[in-house]
Ligand binder design. Structure first.
Ligand code: PLP
Length: 284
């Protein structure tokens, strides 16, 4: 694989960053994940916009213009011959050559790294045809989940807890209400109504979420942005998640309780199809 580090395209085993990098020492960094279909980027604009917001919220400088960022994404997709896959981007506060809690001087250049993952079959996914089994876990993350930071230890642990339970993923619950999945936004469906938590600092403002809710409204589905409990979810007709890396993923089981007949329902597969069709058309 060829990767991108601070302005250079390099083989992955030749790319290096400082051991004092604050991304490594303090998880002082943000990231984005953009999917690739037909060799093109899905919703690049949305991801670039959220990156700027995340950096801004953390008083970090944006090391790259949007046009240059698009160029780097495209170049990596081209060099690595990605037809279907993902582009990961990480920006950290860099380092001034030592460890300190205080931020380094303002002119310290941020570290920027991009790499690709080749994922043939990302769109036509057997996992999406089957649907995901999830468990619920307590949400013990920090209070600024709207910023896409690289502090991914708890979501990582959540995935491991799910795996151990023979499931695919976990939904996190705070004060009795579902916040989101370990790496996706969470939805339930009742009749023709899609219910998902409203945007706040409690959840990541999913780029896929924004597009899917727009398509749902255009398809005359009702969207209700409000809190829901895990018990309400277990009694729903359907449930699903959205993310840039898995698009729309039906959920067929929650904490051992099957939803409906335990297969992906009507709404989630339809939204997945609409999302993929529309986003392919708009891909860059
Ligand atoms: N929520 C969390 C915690 C995530 O990590 C992610 C994606 O990584 C999402 C939601 C979905 O966001 P997006 O649709 O922008 O990928």
């Amino acid at each position: 694989r060829t990767v991108y580090v601070n302005g250079a395209y390099l083989p992955e085993n030749e790319a290096t960053i400082s051991i004092f990098d604050r991304g490594f020492l303090m998880a002082d960094g943000v990231y984005e994940v953009t999917s690739v279909l037909d060799g093109k980027l899905i919703d690049f604009e949305g991801h670039a916009r959220r990156l700027s917001r995340s950096l801004n919220e953390l008083d970090m400088a944006n090391p790259i213009s949007k046009d240059d960022l698009l160029e780097v994404h495209r170049e990596l997709v081209r060099i690595n011959e990605i037809e279907e896959g993902l582009v990961y981007l990480q920006v950290t506060r860099g380092s001034d050559g030592d460890r300190d809690f205080a931020f380094p001087a303002e002119d310290t250049p941020p570290t920027i790294v991009l790499f690709t993952q080749n994922k043939p079959g990302l769109a036509d996914s057997p996992a999406a045809r089957k649907g995901a089994k999830i468990i619920s876990i307590e949400d013990i993350r920090w209070g600024r989940r709207d910023i896409k930071t690289v502090q991914l230890l708890y979501p990582s642990m959540g995935k491991m807890m799910a795996k151990k339970a023979g499931c695919d993923d976990a939904w996190m619950v705070e004060d009795g209400f579902v916040t989101e999945g370990t790496s996706n936004n969470a939805y339930i469906v009742k009749g023709n109504k899609i219910i998902t938590r409203a945007l706040s600092n409690d959840i990541l403002h999913g780029i896929t979420r924004a597009a899917v809710l727009r398509f749902a409204k255009e398809a005359q589905m009702e969207v209700e942005e409000r809190n829901f409990t895990i018990d309400e979810a277990k009694e729903a007709d359907e449930a699903f998640t959205t993310s840039a890396s898995a698009f729309v993923m039906p959920v067929v089981e929650i904490d051992g309780t099957a939803l409906g007949d335990g297969t992906p329902g009507r709404v989630a597969p339809r939204l997945r199809e609409i999302y993929l069709d529309e986003m392919r058309k708009a891909a860059v």
